[in-house]
Design a protein around this ligand. Structure first.
Ligand code: KRY
Ligand code: ZN
Length: 260
């Protein structure tokens, strides 16, 4: 019905969204030839407990799958990280078409969507809220999505989306292992120091971008696009699409690679 209007640019994304004096903002374009191989970079070690999965909700920017991060049950270490990090949530960014949607790009190549697994440094801080303000407070794993074969592990999550169509809707979501969303090879990645890509845009993130993408089906991605930015009460509904930030200047930062 004509009730749903495709949003071209959601208000949140209109401004430059630059942080005054921000010189380590995200996302960025990864120029492969300019990335520097670092043999000190170790393989990632993730240890996720599916039982710590709690809920899935529409926050008006994306949909988040949230984990119980009150204990060290779902953790990430290794890679470029010196400390142990706790998984607190994962979410995605996508476009209105398969031609764009990712936040990071590789030699300017856009992907239809990008997964972010958000972790915080539980060796140094006791709450996410603290870590999000600190230089080495967060670690976010980025995984590119390509349209191809259906992703069996993702389907459980896709099936829950119609229940959280509107902003601020929440449903219980249990026993989901986020490791099923990681590519088979997690040893090859790029890493750089950056920021959150939506407000508060704090420069507290060690980004770990997987070289290998995962595949999801066109129909699975179409369900992402059936979500709405707007709450049930609003009379003009806006499709949740193009929820990605524009690329930010590297400002002299080096992107390191774990592979040569
Ligand atoms: N896209 S992303 O860089 O992975 C990204 C962007 C923004 C956030 N984000 C937005 C608000 N918060 C947040 C939530 C709770 C809190 F106490 C403090 C926060 F900054 C947050 O972590 C989290 C992750
Ligand atoms: Zn994100």
């Amino acid at each position: 019905s004509s009730k749903y209007v495709l949003s071209q640019v959601h208000p949140m994304w209109q401004g430059p969204l630059a942080v005054p004096g921000g010189d380590r903002q995200s996302p960025v374009d990864i120029v492969v030839r300019a990335s520097v191989f670092d043999s000190e970079l170790k393989p990632l070690v993730n240890n996720y407990d599916p039982d710590t999965c709690q809920q899935i909700w529409n926050n008006g920017y994306s949909f988040l799958v949230e984990y119980d991060d009150t204990t060290d049950k779902s953790t990430l270490k290794g890679g470029p990280l010196q400390d142990k990090f706790r998984l607190c949530q994962f979410h995605f960014h996508w476009g209105e078409s398969n031609a764009w949607g990712s936040e990071h790009t590789v030699d300017r190549k856009l992907f239809p969507a990008e997964l972010h697994l958000v972790h915080w440094n539980s060796d140094k801080y006791s709450l996410f809220e603290e870590a999000v303000m600190e230089d080495n407070g967060l670690a976010v794993i980025g995984v590119f999505l390509k349209v191809g074969k259906r992703h069996e592990g993702l389907q459980k999550l896709v099936d829950a989306l119609p229940a959280i169509r509107h902003k601020d809707s929440v449903v219980e979501f249990n026993r989901f292992d986020p490791a099923c969303l990681l590519p088979s090879n997690t040893d090859d990645y790029w890493t750089y120091h950056g920021s959150l890509t939506t407000p508060p845009l704090t420069e507290s993130v060690t980004w770990i971008i997987m070289k290998q993408h995962i595949e999801v089906s066109h129909d699975q991605l179409a369900v992402f696009r059936s979500l709405l930015f707007t709450s049930a009460e609003e009379d003009v509904q806006k499709s949740m699409v193009n929820n990605f930030r524009v690329q930010q200047p590297l400002c002299g930062r080096t992107v390191r690679s774990s592979f040569s």
